[in-house]
Design a protein around this ligand. Structure first.
Ligand code: NDP
Length: 486
């Protein structure tokens, strides 16, 4: 069985303790590779390598840095098929989704930040007749990047690329649940000629490797994407060490549908916004609020479309949903469906794992996989646990509303504030609601439309700091003001 390796100081190496973890394919429930069960000693090696590489990398001419990062992007693109297969096998998502979204986006992340580094400018402030200030934005040093399992290489590269672009050296940890594309990335970095130690990838468990990265005194900044509880722990560890922190955390995103929306298009898009990647995108809308006059019509059309979604083998071209990421996660999602019933909800469709319904392709290769039907629930109070806690799976609730004020109150009632979408043809209302909704992103009549130059991140328990565009480039620098008297 293939053993993945850590990427430290430019080499692919085994963990010092020679321990490995099983890597499962969620679609089959079978182990298909082994990943390093690294520990703090491996993190120390990575930090040593990153520290040694920093002086040269941070002083490498911008054009050279850009060319290396462009070669990394080209390398991923050239090995597209391998990356697509690895992403789907590790995560359970349909191959076609990995091909359409995840891997092209990883390529774009490297290209975007490779070109951005050449155009990055810092501020200058004149004090007329007195002096001038300019802001030097210098690389921080060794930084830590920790990412989750839902969009493995997409989010991993979203952190690593801006960190490298600004001249930092990186110690990174992908989710232990989905390590394969990060491993392929290490091969690509070697092929692209990334100097030794500039990027180090240490595989293993969050509580061991992740914790060791966060605790390490020589890692000066942490960019983390993952759950809110983990984010809290990271903040508690890093804050007394005065580390720079960017935390992108959980969500419980509202989808707000007004009666004047473009009906067909809205239903279609809201289905995608609910169930793309099995609902395992932090930006998926999981609470759908529908203006009462449209409620019954919307519900009928929505449920009909959801029932037509095919849950299937990720390798099948016609599968709309694949497997959820792990057995443990499947059980968590099913427990929330049970909770929704106990809280008085009515399951309009789905609500079961695949073992409970007939599907030819799932009864063969995938008979032990972790599949859940897309599930739509109505009749719940906006304040119940099902509507307040993050489920992070193919489960949505439908709730009617009467007024703008009421829907804003319900939308903002959760502790999270990551993303939202609003569906209406009333321009004034769209702006009004966008201003009042507590979320880092408001999509109007669209979902997941991303311009990489815009700030990305959440408010409330969905995180602090912003990624994306100049925000990420600034995050990965220390700002120093230089004041010159005239
Ligand atoms: P986790 O918080 O469990 O894990 C995220 C990463 O942190 C993993 O690499 C994990 O390792 C690691 N980790 C776990 N414990 C620690 C620790 N004590 N110290 C340092 N690192 C640690 O999240 P999931 O992987 O389960 O991802 C799902 C969550 O991510 C959801 O809540 C989702 O909303 C959120 N998310 C947020 C996004 C955003 O942009 N705001 C985008 C995508 C997802 P390991 O896997 O080995 O446990």
């Amino acid at each position: 069985m293939q053993k993945l390796q850590n990427y430290i100081n430019g080499d692919l190496i085994a963990p010092k303790a020679q321990q490995y973890l099983d890597n499962y394919e969620p679609a089959t429930g079978e182990v298909y590779s082994l990943i390093p069960d690294s520990d703090s000693e491996d993190v120390q090696l990575a930090v040593d390598a990153a520290k040694a590489a920093f002086p040269t990398w941070s002083n490498t001419p911008l054009e050279e840095r850009m060319l290396i990062m462009m070669r990394i992007a080209d390398g991923i693109e050239k090995r597209m098929d391998e990356f697509v297969a690895a992403e789907s096998k590790d995560n359970g998502k349909p191959l076609k989704l990995a091909r359409a979204v995840d891997i092209p986006r990883a390529v774009s992340n490297f290209r975007f930040y490779a070109s951005a580094l050449q155009h990055f400018a810092s501020e200058s402030h004149a004090m007329p007749g007195v002096g001038i200030n300019y802001t030097l934005r210098q690389a921080i040093g060794v930084v830590g990047c920790i990412s989750p399992w839902n969009l493995p290489i997409y989010l991993f590269s979203w952190k690593i690329a801006p960190a490298l672009a600004m001249g930092n050296t990186v110690v990174a940890k992908p989710s232990e649940v989905t390590p394969y594309t990060a491993y392929l990335l290490s091969e690509v970095c070697i092929e692209a000629g990334l100097p030794k130690g500039v990027l180090n990838i240490v595989h293993g468990l969050g509580g061991k490797v992740g914790q060791a990265i966060v605790e390490h005194p020589e890692i000066k900044a942490i960019s983390f994407t993952g759950g809110t509880e983990t984010g809290k722990r990271i903040a508690a560890t890093a804050a007394p060490m005065f580390k720079k922190l960017s935390l992108e955390l959980g969500g419980k995103n509202p989808t707000v549908v007004f009666a004047d929306c473009d009906f067909e298009e809205t239903v279609k898009q809201v289905v995608t916004a609910s169930f793309a990647n099995q609902g395992e995108i932090c930006l998926c809308g999981s609470r759908i609020f529908i203006e009462r006059p449209l409620y019954d019509k919307f519900k009928e059309a929505f449920v009909e479309r959801v029932k037509a979604l095919k849950v299937g083998d990720p390798n099948d071209a016609d599968s709309n949903l694949g497997a959820v990421v792990s057995k443990q996660h499947k059980e968590k999602i099913l427990s929330y469906i049970q909770l929704a019933k106990e809280e008085g909800g009515t399951v309009l469709c789905g609500g079961v794992e695949t073992q409970d319904f007939a599907s030819d392709n799932l009864n063969t290769r995938c008979k032990n996989g972790y599949f859940i039907q897309p599930t739509v629930i109505e009749g719940l109070h906006y304040n119940c646990r099902t509507n307040q806690e993050e489920i992070f799976g193919p489960v949505v609730t439908l709730t009617p509303f009467d007024t703008e004020e009421e829907v804003l109150m319900m939308a903002n009632s959760v502790k999270y504030g990551l993303a939202s979408s609003v569906w209406t043809n009333d321009l004034k209302r769209a702006h009004r609601v966008a201003e009042k909704i507590e979320a880092g992103i408001v999509w109007i009549n669209c979902w997941l439309l991303r311009d990489l130059r815009t700030p990305f991140g959440g408010v409330k328990a969905s995180g602090v700091g912003r990624e994306g565009g100049w925000e990420a480039l600034r995050f990965f620098t220390e700002a120093k003001n230089v004041c010159i008297k005239q």
